[in-house]
Design a protein around this ligand. Structure first.
Ligand SMILES: Cc1ncc(COP(=O)(O)O)c(C=O)c1O
Length: 401
């Protein structure tokens, strides 16, 4: 037997952010104090009322299979939540609940993408988008965005990337890794183009509640009266980030009924339902209104301002102030070519490694997101650690020649 594994996995890359996490944990295990800016989850505990709901679910015997695409009551809670937060009307038949937003995205890929289909992905991108597209035989088509266009695709660049094979575009807003948010006018422009050229729009709104200065518009608010676009827009969201529930694994899609049915069927033959206990906890998270989210957002905003200021003070670094998420993505390209003794720092992979060894601070190199020259910092970290870590980074950078 020549090829032991399927061809589709021959180019599969493991998640670089999880790999960094493992490296940092290893250093910590060996007694080295490391400050991690690599974290992709809130450093807040799941709020107590949600934990209680999970415990109660077990005691009440919600421990059996549920419908594959989620319980009717959780789907109704998602509908209620979208009405409350964004004023949009959606039906439970449009919702499919999965094991986290990552799983929701993979269901979409399986349901929509055929071999050779092109999927437009603006870079810097979230690590799993191109990997998932490639796994199902699709072709990722990247549109490069930079700090100079605030990490957002322009209508011109988008039009230039469209071919007769374009099946969809995937947009993360607020973005991981850049923190950039598409606002109303920008969304309207993209919608116009999608309508004209007839492709799907996959909007990953997992960080929708972590937006700091301006009102965030869900894409669903802008297509309320447009049947044609309603058929083509797919929203991905979940409770992982807004409710500090990454380990509970609940995400969902909102799409047209037919696509929802297909994804439901895929799930019925692959994973069956996400955890019944997590589903109940997610339902309570969405239904009850407490001020846990507000507190978390206000703390993230303080840290966003802090880290933005500290990084802006490092010479030769350019920074875009993130409008949302808990990431900041500064441009460190001016440090490339500098020397650590005899060793030349050639790439941001080298730079991240240098900072891990010399500033004991873990950052994710831009290469992981298709954007060499940048580093991603997560500010899901205490203000004290942010101050100490960025201080160490600044000192280590200034030692380079
Ligand atoms: C942009 C984006 N989408 C989706 C996900 C996945 O979320 P979940 O943990 O619910 O699978 C993440 C998690 O890091 C993310 O950053």
């Amino acid at each position: 037997m020549k090829n032991i594994f399927a061809k589709r996995v021959s180019k599969l890359n493991p998640s670089p952010t999880l790999a960094l996490d493992a490296k940092i944990k290893d250093m910590i295990k060996n007694g080295i104090e490391v400050i991690s800016f690599g974290v992709g989850e809130p450093d807040f505990d799941t709020p107590q009322y949600i934990k209680e709901a999970g415990k109660k679910a077990i005691d009440e015997g919600l421990t059996k299979y549920t419908p594959a695409g989620g319980t009717e009551s959780l789907k109704r809670a998602v509908c209620m939540w979208y009405k409350r937060e964004y004023g949009v009307d959606i039906n439970p038949s449009m919702v499919v609940v999965s094991n986290g937003a990552k799983h929701s995205l993979f269901n979409i890929a399986l349901a929509l993408i055929d071999r050779g289909d092109e999927v437009i992905i603006p870079s810097p991108y979230w690590v799993s988008y191109p990997e998932q597209v490639s796994l199902v035989g699709g072709k990722p088509v990247f549109i490069k965005t930079t700090i100079d266009d605030n990490f957002k695709v322009t209508p011109k660049k988008l039009k230039e990337s469209i071919t007769d094979k374009t099946k969809a575009i995937i947009i993360s807003s607020p973005s991981n890794p850049t923190g950039a948010v598409y606002f109303k006018e920008e969304l309207s422009e993209i919608l116009k183009i999608a309508k004209k050229y007839n492709f799907y729009l996959i909007f990953d709104e997992i960080y929708d509640k972590l937006v700091y200065d301006e009102k965030f518009y869900s894409i669903l608010e802008l297509i309320k009266d447009d049947k044609n676009l309603k058929d083509r827009v797919i929203v991905v969201n979940g409770v992982s980030k807004s409710y500090a529930m990454t380990g509970w694994r609940i995400g969902y899609t909102i799409s047209n009924d037919k696509l929802a049915k297909v994804m439901n069927d895929i799930q019925s033959q692959t994973t069956s339902n996400p955890s019944s206990i997590s589903q109940r906890a997610a339902e309570i998270a969405l239904t009850e209104k407490t001020d846990d989210l507000k507190k978390m957002v206000s703390e993230f905003k303080k840290r966003r301002d802090l880290i933005f200021k500290l990084i802006s003070d490092i010479p030769d670094v350019r920074v875009h102030k993130p409008e949302g998420s808990f990431y900041i993505f500064p441009d460190f390209s001016k440090y490339l070519g500098r020397k650590d003794g005899k060793k030349v720092i050639k790439t941001t992979l080298d730079l991240a490694d240098y900072l891990l060894q010399n500033a004991k601070s873990g950052v994710v190199p831009g290469e992981a997101f298709g954007a060499p020259g940048y580093l991603r910092f997560s500010f899901a970290n205490s203000s004290d650690k942010i101050k100490k870590g960025i201080g160490n980074i600044k000192e280590a950078l200034l030692r380079l020649l």
